[in-house]
Ligand binder design. Structure first.
Ligand code: HC1
Ligand code: SF4
Length: 579
């Protein structure tokens, strides 16, 4: 242990501790910008580049960046004397000298670390005038890159390269010209970006933001000629409340439905209903492949991989194109909801497909891109018109001046609002495969499960595995969340080392609860665990917890689809993948 003094307080820390962490231990807050600590993910990004966290260390000529300066025995540190404050202000002013002044209309305004530290430091005038960066704004279907606002903290680079192993973003050029960009400064859309949005989630400024569809939604809701229906993803209800000061893990399903109804949606439905539908299709595909595999059919590929996460689909299309016949062909729940709404529900409502607008509320930014994929359109009309993120919904509720906390608890509309507990847990890592196991077990064995809780499949470790006993047949299941972890499982499959029958993959750490469109969690895994616990609570409270018992799903097959994996199901609910 090492003893030192910070702001006249004695502190004892293990060797190797940084001044920033030692200060935290005694409740001294030092502002940071480029520094990022992602709890359980094991990532500590401390390039010491921005210099906003400088402190004075007695006996040293220069101020030290506290995020990457280690404590030493007897050190005397001052984190807030006027020399330090003056230096931080100068650093901030220099950063702002090459930053556009469009705070009033910036998407990040009010939620921007650069802005809040500038306010805290009381920066009122800028003494440095110099050249301003003028990069072309890069608009992709999910993410907007405005590099004039980049402060070169390189958090996005760490997220994209170290956690996601995508490598779409890295620093290019030198000096004033340096910027974080895809290779050859190409547009994000032309790069290997998966649109997972994890870079957006850690960007401290408005350099990386989601493509905002709120204004389009406002226009559609105000148009009396349009029937606007909405579906809400499982993970949204477990995090939306945080935007209104509620504790992480507070379930706000009823208030969310109420808010959506007050915003003017004609019907408020649940993506969880479509998640139940996904289980019917994907589960049937799993059992079919399994049966053929057990019969010795060499053409059948196992493991089957889940296919509901669009960033994950992008990832394997870019990085593992040779393996694109392994994932399930089932569309994601978002994309199953669309064709059922526009082909089945529209008929029930007596309206034409073209007059229906299907909107989704998603924790994810890749869902925006997924809506635009050509295979999910009919004559140019998307099955799901567009998607807005949890953060965008929260902003819209705030724009409408609604008292979210005071809203009553409403129920979803039917027929596409009824879901089972299995549909709910899709939103957390392990949930999709647990939902599939509940149905596949009962269909395969013909027996009723004693307990539907497959606790061995739950947890937050990046790669997990468990064997589920299908009445004497051991089914090996793998789970990965975060694309770096997915890569490891895929490389094992490619090398012939995988023993799994089925694997669930979600691109974002934690699954959808940690999606790039959720309220920012700053890598705090305790927040992710609380959101996951909320979904398991909602599952436990449901009268029906197995997808194949959802009465509206049963009715949908009776009235419309025939049976799982029928010809019509294949036409509407399945897809194919591209190189
Ligand atoms: Fe997800 Fe899914 S769980 S992908 O994370 O399969 O986004 O929440 O909606 O489509 O249901 C996201 C969440 C979501 C789909 C479902
Ligand atoms: Fe990388 Fe994901 Fe950001 Fe794309 S969205 S640049 S894959 S972190």
């Amino acid at each position: 242990m090492i003893k030192l003094t910070i702001d006249n307080k004695l502190v004892e820390v293990p060797e190797g501790t940084t001044i920033l962490d030692a200060a935290k231990q005694i409740g001294v807050e030092i502002p940071t910008l480029c520094y990022m600590h992602l709890g359980d993910m094991g990532i500590e990004h401390k390039p010491g580049g921005c210099r906003i966290c400088v402190v004075e260390v007695e006996g040293r000529r220069n101020l030290a960046p506290s995020c990457n300066s280690k404590c030493a025995e007897g050190m005397v540190v001052n984190t807030h004397n006027m020399r330090v404050l003056n230096a931080r202000k100068t650093v901030m002013e220099l950063m702002l000298s090459d930053h556009p002044f469009d705070c009033l209309v910036c998407a990040k305004s009010g939620n921007c670390d650069l802005q809040s530290i500038a306010i805290k430091l009381g920066v009122r005038e800028l003494h440095y005038k110099g050249e301003q960066s003028t990069y072309k704004v890069d608009y992709s279907p999910s993410i907007i890159r405005d590099m004039d606002k980049c402060i070169m903290c390189r958090r996005c680079e760490t997220m994209c390269n170290d956690i996601q192993t995508v490598g779409a973003l890295s620093a290019v050029n030198r000096g004033f010209e340096s910027v974080v960009a895809p290779a050859f400064e190409m547009d994000l859309e032309k790069s290997t970006c998966t649109y997972c949005g994890q870079c957006v989630a850690v960007c401290p400024t408005g350099a990386l933001t989601e493509k905002d569809h709120t204004n389009q939604l406002i226009r559609d809701l105000a148009d009396p000629k349009k029937t606007v229906v909405v579906q809400t993803a499982p993970a949204v209800r477990a995090a939306l409340g945080e935007e209104f000061g509620m504790e992480p893990g507070t379930l706000v399903t009823g208030k969310m439905v109420s808010a959506l109804r007050q915003l003017g949606f004609n019907s408020v439905f649940d993506t969880d209903f479509a998640a139940d539908l996904t289980i019917m299709e994907e589960g049937t595909e799993l059992l079919d492949r399994l049966k053929k595999h057990l019969e010795g059919d060499k053409d059948v590929k196992l493991p089957i991989l889940t296919s509901c996460c669009p960033a994950w689909v992008n990832f394997f299309e870019h990085h593992f194109p040779d393996m694109k016949d392994i994932p399930s062909t089932a569309r994601s729940p978002q994309q199953m909801f669309g064709p059922i709404a526009k082909n089945y529900l529209a008929k029930q409502m007596g309206i034409n497909r073209e007059d229906m607008i299907v909107v989704s509320i998603m924790p994810c930014l890749a869902k925006k891109y997924e809506c635009q994929r050509d295979e999910f359109k009919v004559d140019g009309d998307p099955d799901v018109n567009y998607s807005i993120s949890t953060r965008e919904l929260a902003n819209l509720i705030k724009q409408a001046n609604m008292d979210f906390l005071g809203l009553p608890e409403d129920e979803f509309d039917n027929p596409m609002g009824e879901s089972t507990g299995a549909g709910v847990i899709f939103g957390t890592t392990g949930g999709v495969i647990e939902a599939a196991a509940r149905t596949a077990y009962e269909v395969y064995t013909g027996k009723t499960l004693k307990t539907v809780d497959f606790k061995a499949l739950r947890g937050m470790e990046g790669i997990r595995s468990a064997t589920v006993d299908f009445d004497g047949l051991p089914i090996n299941i793998g789970i990965a969340h975060g694309l770096g972890n997915a890569r490891k499982l895929l490389e094992d499959i490619r090398d012939g080392k995988s023993q799994y029958h089925a694997i669930e993959i979600m691109a974002c750490p934690g699954g959808c609860i940690g999606g790039g469109g959720q309220p920012l969690h700053h890598g705090d895994s305790s927040i992710l665990k609380k959101r996951a616990a909320a979904l398991y609570r909602e599952d436990e409270g449901k009268a029906i917890r197995k997808s194949h018992e959802n009465p509206y799903i049963i009715k949908l097959y009776e009235e419309f689809l025939g049976k799982p994996c029928s010809e019509l199901s294949h036409k509407l609910l399945h897809t194919h993948y591209f190189d």
